[in-house]
Design a binder for this molecule. Structure first.
Ligand code: UTP
Length: 275
């Protein structure tokens, strides 16, 4: 039975909703209180038993690589002080995981970013985390829940959640039949539909498990909404062959790609840490 060993983090987007903060700094380095979004994503992957992190970066994203590397001067400076503790989790991640990087030279959409990641993934099923979707759970991480489901279904899985009808324009929206509680066999999906066009109010969020045939499918899928290579369009080909499961995960998601979602996540996390 194939195991999920690698997690891909598409992190090459421009993050224009956060300008000017994201002019010279990747959106994925924005902190929720003191920890950057990308580190929350990596920790979630680790909780799912994954230790090989593959990150798709772009211009101006070097801070991502530096974050998971040693900073000699800084570490020397805080050695022996109580600040050392503040880096211990990051050090643990560096000890336990490997990191590989590749660059997306032209930002042609999420589907294209995933295709660029192929050289880091190879021919095995893999997880995808969009670090700007920040997920918190009381128990198992969202990706752990999905990896478990993969053991049963052995096909692509997308995390879904109910969204208000008037927000369907922001998401890929699914149509499907219930297999069991919270599990749907997807028959159709539409990228960013108007509320009238949306087949349901179940939206895909930034957690996926993909089978490697997706790469060839992306290559053969023409650009979709906004002229971008959409992962939803490629997934639709798999879904038409009965090969995509939608999973309504247990937990809470904050859309940290938007300023309002980012502020909510920050307030919520700060409150939790101080309760
Ligand atoms: P978004 O559309 O939310 O990110 O893409 P963005 O384009 O960076 O944000 P705005 O709208 O300009 O503020 C979802 C995810 O896909 C990645 C982004 O980094 C983000 O994690 N992405 C998107 C890529 O890696 N490459 C792309 O060409 C597009």
């Amino acid at each position: 039975m194939s195991q999920i060993k690698k997690c891909l983090f598409p992190a090459a987007g421009y993050g224009t909703r956060f300008l000017p903060a994201t002019k010279a700094m990747p959106k994925e380095m924005l902190p929720i209180v003191t920890k950057p979004l990308i580190q929350y994503g990596v920790e979630e992957a680790m909780q799912a038993g994954i230790t090989e992190m593959a990150i798709v970066t772009g211009r101006g994203k070097r801070a991502l690589e530096d974050h998971f590397d040693i900073s000699f001067e800084l570490e020397h400076q805080i050695q022996g002080s109580d600040k050392e503790e503040m880096l211990s989790e990051t050090r643990r991640i560096m000890d336990q995981c490997s990191f590989s990087y590749t660059r997306q030279v032209e930002m042609k959409g999420l589907g294209h970013a995933i295709l660029v990641g192929r050289r880091l993934i190879g021919l095995e099923p893999f997880a995808v985390i969009l670090a700007d979707d920040y997920c918190i759970t009381e128990g198992e991480s969202v990706l752990s829940q999905m990896v478990k489901l993969y053991q049963k279904y052995q096909c692509s899985i997308v995390a879904i959640e109910e969204v208000p009808r008037n927000e369907t324009l922001k998401y890929g929206v699914i149509e499907g039949d219930i297999e069991s509680e919270n599990v749907y066999r997807i028959s159709n999906m539409v990228e960013k539909p108007t509320p009238e066009q949306a087949p349901s109010n179940l939206a895909i969020i930034g957690r996926y498990i993909l089978t490697p045939d997706i790469f060839k499918i992306i290559e053969n899928t023409p650009p979709g909404k906004n002229g971008e290579m959409q992962i939803t369009d490629a997934l639709l080909t798999q879904a038409k062959a009965g090969g995509v499961i939608g999973y309504r995960f247990q937990g809470q998601r904050f859309d940290c790609g938007s300023v309002a979602g980012y502020i909510d996540a920050t307030n919520y996390t700060y409150q939790q840490q101080n309760d």
